[in-house]
Structures are given as structure tokens and as C-alpha cells.
Design a protein. Structure first.
Length: 340
């Protein structure tokens, strides 16, 4: 599964601190990389058992949620033109439920059915390079099969239903976060308590780092040509995810087009935001809310984040020159630590 939105770039700093040597697990998955650091674990839990948990979750998520594998469950669901209820795995049902909750809370600013519009604007895997933008007629035609309200969670607790046959789901913006949450859940069941899990930039941490304090994770500055920390947050039982357009964008005829499509308009966002970071107990919810707040823009996003009690950091490009300005919610400020 290749992540179509390469905006979740975070630097996990806590794992590199002086102290007892942690165990590291690294690899490739979903078209990106993962990195897991375990600072300590019960003596009875072997290195191989931890790796088995990681491998098992990643295989499970790919088989269920990969839109780049025609054999995956979500690909089969998309190809099915019926509007009858379809029994799905607990994982697909859970991701659809999370997405639907965030869609309702944000007035449709997050929508896992928006994939056809993303493709039309020339973003996503296998999207052709576009010199010309899609016409309004094309957008209108595609929007007939787009909309979170057109996906129903059937009350039986195990099925999903399309209300239009052409509806297609693309959960690549939330699946990595869901995978991270699943790894954390299974670590907890195994008795592993001190860990940091990073997948495609989405990070969740629990317990203590090798230095014996909560994990510290740096939110990356929204710069396209370099990687440097912008803000530091302290995490224990929390996740952080960032949405931004500083790596995935296109310039055509002097105009910059963001890869983030506003599901409500069918067009790329153009609100001056460079990135939004969200801290949440769930990595999947952090993923989804970061994207939604990026779509809403600073003013509406700050209002919603404050109303929902979200820990959020908004970084805007200066309109009159280089550099950035920022706004953050009180919940984010409580978790922030000085960069040093």
C-alpha cells in the first residue's frame, strides 16, 4: 500500500537519547517505512515475538485495506457494484466508523470517498501528469459517486453498504494510523509497555523512553527542501500526526496546487496553511483530524479544534515573505516542550 499523502513527516527524537540500549525494529510497508523502538519489555517476551506482532499487524492491514492490491478486501468492496450490505472484516468496519465519525464532526472536511477527485487532479499513485486542470463538468460527474454520507454502516455491526454503486473507498490517509494503533494494542496485550511506533510519519508512544521519561517527538518544520524540527511534544499513551502540502504539491502555469482536496468543493485547498499537527489518544483519529483541519483552514480549524478539545498546531506560510506564523490550541500547548 503506497501512501498517496506523504505529509506525515515527524522526527522521533526520544529513541536516540542516551540510556539503556533499546531494541529496534525497522522495515518497509504500505509504500513507506516503519520504525519501532522498544525501551524495555518483560524478560519472557523475546525479540522474535515483538517482530511477529509487527509483521502480523502489517500483513493483516495490507490484506484488508490496501487499495493497490486488487486482491485486498477494500479493492473487492470497491469493485462490487451492488448497493446491498456487504459483510466486511472488523478492521475495515472500524476504519470506516472512525472516518465517518470525523466526517460528521468536521462537516465533510474529511472523506474516505474522495479518491476519484484526487486522481482527477493528478495526485495519487498511477495518476497521469496533468498540464490542464479538470473541468467543472468532470468534477460534477465524479462528485455523483463521492460523499461520506453515501457509505452506510449497517446496524448489524459487521456490514457496510454503498448507496451508489460507483462509490469507492480510499483509506490510505488513515490506514497507517490504524496499523500503529493495532500494533500498540497488541503490544499492551503482550505486556510491552515502553515503546514508540512510527509508520509513514504517524507516531504513537507509550511508557518511558530509554532516558526514563515520556517520549519526546519533534514535529517537522514544513520545508520542502530540508528536514528540521519545528516543535517538540511529550507523549505517553498519545499519538501525533501531521498533514501538510510541503512535499506533495504541483506547480502549473505559476500556480501551486496542493495534493489535499477539499471534499466539499472537489478542488485543492488554497488557504495558506503549510501543515497541521494533531495529538490524540488514537493515531487513526490524529491522522483523520489533521487532514480535516488542513482542509478547514486556520480560523475554522482552530474553532473546531477548540470545541472538540483537540491538541492541534497550525503552521501558516507568511503571506508577505518567507517564514511561518503559528497558532495552537491550549491542549497542544500543554504537551509542548522547548526545543533543545
Amino acid at each position: 500500500m503506497l501512501r498517496t499523502t506523504a505529509f506525515l513527516a515527524l522526527l522521533a527524537l526520544g529513541a536516540c537519547s542516551p540510556g539503556p540500549s533499546p531494541e529496534q525494529f525497522n522495515g518497509h510497508t504500505m509504500g513507506t517505512t516503519y520504525s519501532v523502538t522498544v525501551a524495555s519489555h518483560p524478560q519472557a517476551v523475546r525479540h522474535e515475538a515483538i517482530q511477529s506482532v509487527i509483521d502480523g499487524v502489517l500483513d493483516e492491514v495490507n490484506r484488508s485495506l490496501s487499495t493497490y492490491d486488487a486482491r485486498s478486501e477494500i479493492s473487492r468492496f470497491n469493485a462490487n457494484a451492488t448497493t446491498d450490505p456487504v459483510v466486511v472484516s472488523p478492521g475495515l468496519r472500524a476504519v470506516a466508523a472512525i472516518a465517518g465519525e470525523v466526517s460528521v464532526a468536521t462537516g465533510g472536511a474529511f472523506d474516505i470517498t474522495v479518491g476519484p477527485l484526487v486522481q482527477a487532479w493528478g495526485f495519487g499513485v498511477d495518476s497521469p501528469a496533468r498540464e490542464r486542470m479538470p473541468s467543472q463538468d468532470t468534477i460534477n460527474r465524479l462528485e455523483a459517486d463521492v460523499g461520506f454520507a453515501r457509505l452506510e454502516l449497517v446496524p448489524d455491526g459487521r456490514s457496510l453498504r454503498k448507496t451508489v454503486p460507483g462509490l469507492r473507498l480510499d483509506v490510505n490517509g488513515i490506514a497507517p494510523g490504524y496499523a500503529v494503533d493495532l500494533i500498540a494494542e497488541r503490544f499492551d496485550a503482550l505486556g510491552v509497555q515502553d515503546y514508540l511506533v512510527e509508520l509513514g510519519g504517524a507516531v504513537r508512544a507509550h511508557g518511558r523512553s530509554p532516558r526514563g521519561r515520556p517520549w519526546r517527538v519533534a514535529v517537522e518544520a514544513p520545508l520542502s527542501g530540508e528536514r528540521k524540527p519545528y516543535a517538540l511534544v511529550e507523549l505517553d499513551g498519545l499519538a501525533v500526526s501531521t498533514s501538510g502540502d510541503y512535499r506533495d504539491f504541483r506547480e502549473t502555469n505559476g500556480h501551486r496546487y496542493s495534493h489535499t482536496i477539499d471534499p466539499r468543493t472537489g478542488a485543492p485547498i488554497a488557504n495558506g496553511l503549510a501543515s497541521v499537527s494533531v495529538v490524540h489518544r488514537s493515531t487513526a483519529f490524529a491522522d483523520a483530524y489533521a487532514t480535516a483541519l488542513m482542509v478547514l483552514g486556520t480560523d475554522a480549524g482552530m474553532e473546531l479544534a477548540g470545541r472538540l478539545g483537540l491538541a492541534a498546531l497550525f503552521i501558516e506560510r507568511n503571506a508577505n515573505g518567507p517564514g511561518f506564523t503559528e497558532r495552537s490550541t491550549p491542549a497542544f500547548d500543554q504537551l509542548r516542550r522547548p526545543l533543545r
